[in-house]
Ligand binder design. Sequence first.
Ligand code: ADP
Length: 245
Amino acid sequence: MVLLDAAGLTKRFGGFVAVDDVDITVDTGEVHSVIGPNGAGKTTLFNLLAGAYEVTAGEITFDGRDITDLPEHERPYLGISRGYQITNTYESLTVFENLQTAVALYHQNYYDMIRSLANRTEVTERVETLLERFELAPQRNVEASSLSHGDRRRLEIGMALASDPRLLLLDEPTAGMDAGETERTVSLIQELTDDMAVLLVEHDIEYVMTVSDVITVLERGAVIAEGPPGEIREDERVQEAYLGG
Ligand code: ADP
């Protein structure tokens, strides 16, 4: 099922076209990656889909609903959640408290948020599930500021999942991770997709090949290839543009 459908997406900064007439669809159950060399427009595209930037032209539909002009802060309530490339945890709170906050914050209004916090069992159960899933249970009482880089990035993804989204947008989720941390994160991302979709933007193509069902390749703002990893690896234009021949 098509969950996210963007058509003719364009973003201009003054006279410069950073994203140029891009079509992209993401299906439920799919990990869809956007790759491309530096400056290709990946982050700009990500920000358009997340609602952080207004589109210059084009349309974005989520689950059949036109969300082109829907503000960023309203998108989580539809089931779109984003993890941030920059650290987005609360430094002085523990892992448990960070997740607890993320679970409580996902409510349409203040009243529901307070009610949710008052209902400790419900919130705690959700936090426990996230701790297990992200292998963070041993660090539950550790302050975010003391976590290793990999643990912190997994915490961020866990927080993005607190709202139980149907689409998770991730900007370079393994940036700065060593090989072992990258592998753990990749297997987590792969486990996520049964009932949801993941769209990730990535500069490092190595693990993208193993984690993705579909890859879209951008060059100078435009799509130059789209397909499964095997096809993308063989694509001559992609090799020229991105893999250095
Ligand atoms: P990528 O993420 O693929 O490295 P970006 O989306 O960050 O690419 O940038 C694409 C192009 O758009 C780059 O040439 C960049 O300089 C330009 N760009 C990005 N953001 C802005 C902005 N806010 N104002 C002007 N130009 C921008």
